[in-house]
Design a protein. Structure first.
Length: 562
């Protein structure tokens, strides 16, 4: 191994004061000659998703020490998507993805650490850590903290989505107080991330498909003790990577690897958020990879995972069926994933996953006999979304919807209408001014979509927004509309009663308006004043780009003198 770069802050007569700081933290003379390895996690009490990190970080420290390194632990910001949902706090969720990546860059470069082991839990921490790893381009391994176990109620498995939808059912008079309380208490029995193929589990699988994590670890439940062994192994492997000088994140995250990431999202009916996070990760590597590129992969990848919310099973079921390896192995063998891509083990995807067990036929099917011929997520285009929009089609009964626009200038306006049941079958609920700039922060709208579904109106109405959705959202829900209303996108020109047609099979979404009418409305349009003039949201709104490019706040790849 070459001299660790951390020696820049340790070695030499003029670093006596620096060494004093390290000695004050308990480091010995021997420690001061070893590589300093950062460990970022989000352990704390913000969300159950991150509360699995503590014991895994402790195990990772042992692995790093056994491999000859000195672990240096730090934490990053995490806003719980679950408890910030459906109020102003949700504006902070996507912002934290950028803050996590920035935290990694500032800490790793500011303190001249040599390598990074990163844990992710609540939704935005996963892409945030991966983005940070690619940005700093030091030896790095990502570990997803794992999902919660499913709950049980009246003979069926539950996830937290059942509680969201039960609220809507209660408002509609379909269930009573006792049933709502029973579901609330049963749906999330352990710590860990939400158990369906929502954003956390989707991005956990993506980390495997990218090659940035230990093989077949992402679907191990967060409360299982074997995770300690995985974390310890990851710490040892990271030290071997540091010794060998790689592979580095930008050697692993290639265009082919990003396509593999998109393929596993499509194959499992994963979160629509991945269509935005993958371009953001690509940006850090200096690769042009937009929602259009994601869409091409989605269209050629069969849906083989029967996973919630569109399907029947949870992350624990995937684990018991053989884990993510079963899915990746099947996709490599069928030619839907590139097995030549590199992983953190130094071996190729084919070497790590090619011999994985065959799908069980229930939780996961063979690509030759899929649930659907193409992915469970689709990118739409049309005069309402010339730069694209995203919908999860997995589980939809009909791929076409025609109706009349009901326009709301914010999520809160729409929620008030839905709570009062002031909408009707055939409505296309338009929520605008909630994009990356207009929100700002691009709120996630599981709250309103789950209420609609719980009220029994799931596919009787459509919902269209320039905001975004949770991976748990289901129904005719189209988000990430670009360009957004705040910067003059066509969604900002709609009026109540305008006819809207959504055709997911044709990948289109249009308003049937005369071109002259469109032109007149555009000429009359004026931007709304910014909602925030100071603080992090004001800074974010000035910097952030649109969803198709990942809603990023800088142009990658970042450079740093090494």
């Amino acid at each position: 191994m070459k001299t660790p770069r951390s020696q820049i802050s340790i070695a030499g007569v003029d670093r006596a004061s620096h060494r004093a700081f390290y000695r004050a933290m308990g480091l010995s003379d021997e420690d001061l000659t070893k590589p300093l390895v950062g460990i970022i996690s989000f352990k704390g009490e913000q969300t159950p998703c991150n509360m699995t990190h503590g014991f895994q970080v402790d195990a990772a420290r042992l692995g790093i020490a056994a491999g000859g390194g000195v672990p240096r632990e730090f934490t990053g910001p995490s806003v719980s998507d679950g408890t910030s949902m459906n109020h102003e706090g949700m504006k902070m969720s996507l912002v934290t993805r950028e803050l996590v990546a920035d935290t990694i860059e500032a800490t790793m470069h500011g303190l001249a650490y040599d390598a990074l082991l990163g844990f992710g839990g609540c939704d935005k921490t996963l892409p945030g850590v991966i983005m940070g790893m690619v940005r700093i381009n030091l030896p790095s391994i990502f570990i997803y903290g794992g999902s919660a176990l499913p709950g049980q109620h009246k003979g069926r498995s539950l996830t937290v989505l059942d509680a969201y939808e039960a609220s809507g059912a209660h408002m509609a008079g379909l269930i009573d107080d006792a049933e709502l309380a029973a579901i609330e208490r049963a749906c999330l029995p352990t710590i860990g991330a939400c158990g369906g193929q929502f954003t956390a589990n989707t991005m956990g699988m993506v980390s495997e498909a990218l090659g940035l994590t230990m093989p077949n670890c992402s679907m191990v439940p967060g409360v299982y003790s074997v995770r300690a062994a995985i974390a310890q192994q990851a710490g040892k492997r990271l030290m071997a990577m540091l010794e060998a000088g790689g592979p580095l994140p930008r050697e692993i995250v290639t265009r082919a690897a990003l396509e593999n990431g998109a393929a596993i999202v499509a194959a499992t009916g994963g979160s629509t958020n991945a269509a935005m996070h993958l371009p953001a990760i690509a940006n850090e590597a200096g690769i042009a990879f937009t929602m259009d590129d994601v869409a091409k992969v989605f269209s050629r990848t069969p849906l083989i995972g029967d996973l919630r919310p569109g399907g029947r099973f949870t992350a624990k079921d995937v684990y018991e069926a053989g884990g993510t390896a079963v899915i990746i192995g099947a996709l490599i063998r069928s030619g839907h994933m590139d097995g030549s891509c590199l992983t953190v083990t130094g071996r190729s995807m084919a070497e790590e996953y090619g011999a994985a067990p065959a799908p069980d036929g229930q939780v996961v099917r063979e690509p030759a006999t899929p649930i659907a011929p193409d992915g469970g997520v689709a990118i739409l285009r049309g005069n309402l979304c010339p730069d694209g929009a995203v919908i999860k089609v997995a589980g939809l009964k009909s791929l076409v919807f025609e109706g009349r626009a009901r326009v709301f200038e914010s999520e809160a306006e729409c929620v008030a209408c839905v709570r009062a049941r002031g909408y009707a079958a055939g409505d296309v609920l338009i929520i605008r001014n909630e994009g990356p700039v207009g929100g700002p922060g691009m709120q996630e709208m599981l709250g309103v979509t789950a209420l609609i579904y719980g009220q029994g109106m799931g596919e009787k109405v459509a919902l269209v927004t320039d905001g975004r959705f949770s991976g748990a959202t289901r129904g005719m829900c189209i988000g990430y509309v670009a360009p957004e209303a705040a910067i003059g996108g066509p969604i900002g020109l709609l009026r109540d009663g305008d006819p809207v047609r959504i055709d997911c099979a044709a990948h289109t979404m249009d308003a049937a308006l005369d071109p002259a009418e469109w032109a007149a409305r555009r000429a009359a349009w004026a931007p709304r004043p910014p909602k925030h003039r100071a603080g992090v949201l004001a800074k974010y709104a000035r910097l952030v780009g649109q969803a198709p490019g990942g809603a990023v706040t800088h142009e990658g790849p970042a450079e740093w003198p090494l």
